[in-house]
Design a binder for this molecule. Structure first.
Ligand SMILES: *[C@@H]1O[C@H](CO)[C@@H](O)[C@H](O)[C@H]1NC(C)=O
Ligand SMILES: *[C@@H]1O[C@H](CO)[C@@H](O)[C@H](O)[C@H]1NC(C)=O
Ligand SMILES: *[C@@H]1O[C@H](CO)[C@@H](O)[C@H](O)[C@H]1NC(C)=O
Ligand SMILES: *[C@@H]1O[C@H](CO)[C@@H](O)[C@H](O)[C@H]1NC(C)=O
Ligand SMILES: [Cu+2]
Length: 231
């Protein structure tokens, strides 16, 4: 089993040198929209490289643009929305989707502050140390529901895929992320929470971020981030 774990670690190291991935398209009304039409173009749109430092501004939306040129997609509260990956999420990994309401014009808002709440997650499945599997692994689309009671308004929607194949040392987890812009209509009067900030939500020492998934196989897995708000 030891040698198997070593081979798995080696394979993970090799695959980390291959092309990675971004999330350039929102899926709205069942249609995959143009790359970077409703998603803010990320700094890695060419390299597809992950963020590995949870303490830098890139962990928020992975963009340094000051003139955001993404459009804002109209979406009804309660609707299903998705993000399409430009590859598959081929690493052992988990997913979180967060949202944050723009205080005014979303175009000029960078998403700073303790304003983000989680609406969806895909965690790992464990079996008391016998196995660990990743339902997100190999998927290329992540669908989620905009909570029906979410107040109407303009929101950033942030997808985050945390790859933990090489996460046994600090800074080894890879964050693939992007922020889309949606305009929620027909919403309710819910109060989303708990709220977190990016950076701030993670220290990098969380048991679901700093973790060896091979040896021994973890008996349980703790999903990083705040609790899901379902409305
Ligand atoms: C939008 O902004 C990005 C930088 O974030 C830039 O690379 C891209 O060319 C711009 N697109 C258009 C159509 O201006
Ligand atoms: C938001 O700001 C952008 C850039 O300044 C501007 O083009 C746009 O018209 C504004 N939208 C609204 C609804 O004010
Ligand atoms: C989980 O694994 C531990 C250690 O091997 C064992 O003692 C325990 O009985 C197991 N629990 C279940 C529910 O299988
Ligand atoms: C969002 O929808 C509201 C209500 O229909 C509208 O007034 C506003 O201009 C929209 N904002 C954007 C950015 O489309
Ligand atoms: Cu990788």
């Amino acid at each position: 089993m030891k040698s198997f774990a070593r081979v798995a670690t080696l394979l993970a190291a090799v695959s980390s040198t291959l092309a990675h991935y971004t999330f350039p398209s929102l899926i709205v009304g069942g249609t995959t929209t143009t790359a970077w039409e409703y998603v803010r173009e990320t700094n890695n749109y060419n390299s597809q490289a992950p963020v590995t430092n949870v303490n830098i501004a890139d962990i928020r939306c992975y963009t340094s643009a000051t003139n955001v040129n993404a459009s804002t997609a109209p979406v009804a509260a309660g609707a299903t929305v998705g993000f399409a990956c430009d590859n598959t999420m081929y690493h052992p990994s988990v997913v979180n989707v967060y949202m944050a309401k723009a205080p005014s014009n979303i175009t000029t808002w960078d998403g700073s502050g303790t304003v983000w709440f989680k609406i969806y997650q895909i965690t790992a499945v464990t079996n008391n140390g016998t196995s660990i599997t990743f339902p997100a692994q190999g998927q290329e689309i992540v669908y989620f529901t905009i909570p029906k009671s979410l107040p109407s308004g303009e929101y950033l929607v942030r997808i985050e895929n945390i790859a933990i194949h090489a996460a046994s040392t600090y800074g080894g987890a890879q964050f693939y992320l992007a922020c889309g812009q949606i305009n929620v209509t027909g919403g309710g009067s819910g109060t989303p929470g708990p709220l977190v900030a990016f950076p701030g939500a993670y220290t990098g020492y969380e048991p679901g971020i700093l973790i060896d998934i091979y040896s021994p196989i973890p008996a349980t897995y703790t999903q990083p981030g705040s609790a899901v708000w379902t409305g």
